[in-house]
Design a protein around this ligand. Structure first.
Ligand code: THU
Length: 138
């Protein structure tokens, strides 16, 4: 049984490998993410930019959409790594996107000194707009 910190390390390693595939010719800001499902499967993602900037997509949303498209909807944690900077936390759009599938999700990022910082999505997105606002109890 892997300990929590070992799981986060594995997620961070996967996220780090993912930013190698980042397509970021405009910002040169290479981001990788790795999403852990309840079943223990890990889905990587990287940011993909296009010339019409606003159509670009973040690493976290790529990882989440990939997982959902393969039938996974329950998640434990997501790691986010950037080549150019430590401690990059998901952007606002990604926070709301991740919250669609559970506000208890843990977000893990590497610190500048090589440690791991974790926060729950609930801490990152307090008073969020919940899916139940439109879905009710469904
Ligand atoms: N980016 C991510 O992939 N995730 C984030 O949480 C923040 C920003 C990407 C989007 C864009 O390709 C580049 O970083 C610069 O904003």
């Amino acid at each position: 049984m892997l300990q929590k910190v070992e799981i986060y390390r594995e997620l961070l390693d996967t996220a780090r490998a993912a930013f190698e595939n980042s397509y970021a010719p405009y910002s040169h800001f290479r981001v990788g993410a790795a999403l852990l499902t309840k079943e223990g499967k890990i889905f990587p993602g990287c940011n993909v930019e296009i010339v019409s900037y606003e159509g670009s997509i973040c690493a976290e949303r790529v990882a989440l959409a990939t997982a959902v498209s393969q039938g996974y909807r329950e998640f434990e944690a997501v790691a986010v790594v950037c080549e150019q900077a430590a401690e990059i936390w998901p952007c606002g759009v990604c926070r709301q996107y991740l919250a669609e599938f559970g506000i208890e999700l843990i977000v893990a990022v590497p610190t500048a000194d090589g440690a791991i910082k974790t926060l729950s999505l609930k801490e990152l997105l307090p008073h969020f707009f919940p899916p139940t606002a439109l879905l009710g109890g469904k």
